[in-house]
Ligand binder design. Sequence first.
Ligand SMILES: *Cc1c(COP(=O)(O)O)cnc(C)c1O
Length: 220
Amino acid sequence: MDEPLTPLEDVYARIAKAARIAGRDPASVELIAISKTHPAEAITPLIAQGQRVFGENRVQEAQVKWPELLEATPECSVHLVGQLQSNKADDAVALFDCIHSLDRTSLVKALAKAMDKAGRQVPCFVQVNIGEEEQKGGCAIAEVPALLAEARGAALPVIGLMCVPPLDLEPAPYFALLAKIAADNGLDRLSMGMSNDFETAVMLGATHVRVGSALFGARE
Ligand SMILES: *Cc1c(COP(=O)(O)O)cnc(C)c1O
């Protein structure tokens, strides 16, 4: 009998399979291991297996967990995938290697200022409220061009679009819509797909998938 795959190997194999079906190079998809709520002891085994890209959704939690992990493995990068308050922009720019939640003009200004001050360019995704849900974070679809123009005006490095589709609905149409909005705006990176739908996202062009529970188990 073959050894069973670890969760990390399994997720990589599933990404590769979905990419091949879609005629894409599996290496064009970056797996971000979303380690929010999980302690450092749960993260180090993944680092030991070779995973280097992680994601957190809270600045404060990341500030507690990551300095020590980064000291031990400086090649790790940490992405912010949760809402960012403007008053935490300096902290976010200091700690994160990528920000997936740029969603409003006030944050464009705060991040541009923070990056200037730190002398550090942190690539950003504009988060789009793709299902036009009232309670959900993200920029309204109609406002994406204006927000991108603001970001370009402020010399913020925007590299793509990010979304979280509505819960309990078929995600494929939302992924396809995000891909179209990105193409219409000259952006080629797509942060989309989570534990339940990352293969669908890869088949529809995701360049960054954000996978938590499939790697770490269920959160509390
Ligand atoms: C928690 C979270 C994820 C990972 O979710 P899983 O379903 O555990 O894979 C991805 N993206 C964002 C924005 C998240 O907050």
